[in-house]
Ligand binder design. Structure first.
Ligand code: PGA
Length: 255
């Protein structure tokens, strides 16, 4: 069976409006050298300020928001509601470890955000993953299971199927030290098992790996049975690097 991939770029707090527009125009040109292939979905998460400006630049690159608030309106200074994201994005990143660690988001908030995203027709990309301390203490699986349980609580089967999971070990994010393909595969398989218990059809869930993905390691990661794509931070800020990763997914989708 042909494998389908999502190649997603998380730009974090990088790129002005102009830089975002220039980047996507340049990336679009490169992507247009590849044949149209529905088995690969390309997605970027620019900062909020760039979303309107980048709309329509490429019919082959989808966009997502890096966060959203779970209320539709209200006295929440500095927050962005699902109504404001309106038809600007298809995806929303939820529960990135930087949101959890630096901005103190709790599983309870993340669960509300997942529900809000689904209610408004966005596909949530839910990030989970263990810290170095947890990995060294042999708690990787229990951490991931705990996060999935809390973050997906109260969702019905149809809703759970729509959620994309991004497994991002915290020790691999921005460190240049990626999980080996075997380490990543092992956790992805475990996540699939957990979801199978919840929904009974694990094959349908798309599970991405994130953490120091770059052209030098993307092929071997994407080749793993339970890896359906990658969430790329640093390497998604450079057109050539991000395109290199996209090219790997094309090779594998058609191989
Ligand atoms: P990185 O970031 O690729 O720079 O490690 C990944 C992420 O934070 O999603």
């Amino acid at each position: 069976m042909e494998k389908e991939y999502i190649i997603a770029g998380n730009w974090k707090m990088f790129k002005t409006v102009e830089e975002s527009v220039d980047f996507l125009k340049a990336l679009n040109e490169k992507i247009n050298t590849l044949p149209q292939d529905d088995a690969v979905e390309i997605l970027v998460f620019p900062p909020f300020t760039s979303l309107y400006a980048v709309k329509g630049i490429s019919s082959r690159i989808k966009t997502g928001a890096q966060n959203l608030h779970f209320e539709e309106n209200g006295a929440f200074t500095g927050e962005i509601s699902p109504l404001m994201l309106g038809n600007l994005v298809d995806y929303v990143l939820i529960g990135h470890s930087e949101r959890r660690e630096i901005f103190k988001e709790k599983d309870e908030d993340i669960n509300k955000k997942v529900k809000t995203a689904l209610k408004h027709g966005f596909t949530p990309v839910l990030c989970i993953g263990e810290s170095l301390e947890e990995r060294e203490a042999g708690k990787t699986f229990s951490k991931v299971e705990d996060q999935l349980g809390k973050d997906l609580e109260g969702l019905n089967l149809v809703e759970i199927e729509k959620v994309v999971i991004a497994y991002e070990p915290i020790w691999a994010i921005g460190t240049g030290k990626n999980a080996t393909p075997e380490q990543a595969q092992e956790v992805h398989e475990f996540i699939r098992e957990i979801l199978q218990k919840k929904i009974g059809s694990p094959e349908t869930t798309r599970i991405l790996y994130g953490g120091s993905v770059k052209p030098a390691n993307s092929y071997d990661l994407l080749r793993q049975k339970d890896i359906n794509g990658v969430l790329v931070g640093g390497a998604s800020l450079k057109v050539d690097d991000f395109f290199g990763i996209i090219q790997d997914s094309y090779k594998l989708a058609n191989g």
